[in-house]
Write a protein that binds this ligand. Structure first.
Ligand SMILES: [Zn+2]
Length: 87
């Protein structure tokens, strides 16, 4: 009988890129019943410290991360854009 994939184990590891001061979260998810990995959808393959990408087989998502306060958060970016639009 085919697995319905009802329970999952998600693993997140954090990679620190030496000499760049950058960090990435690497996420993978497998079904705990059958062990099949879940493929991430809608991400480009490659490496982007300022965005989200996926590895070539699609089973590991990589998302650029930063410590709090070192980059504008989404709300601050929105505020910045609205000010620019009004000027
Ligand atoms: Zn399964």
């Amino acid at each position: 009988m085919a697995c319905k994939h009802e329970d999952f184990k998600a693993t997140v590891s954090v990679a620190r890129i030496k000499n760049k001061g950058r960090f990435m979260a690497e996420i993978s998810i497998v079904c705990t019943h059958c062990g099949v990995p879940m493929q991430f959808m809608g991400l480009e393959p490659g490496l982007n410290y300022d965005g989200a990408t996926v590895n070539l087989d699609g089973f590991k998502a990589r998302i650029g991360i930063h410590p709090r306060g070192e980059r504008p958060n989404p709300l601050q970016k929105l505020a910045g854009y609205s000010i620019r639009n009004h000027n």
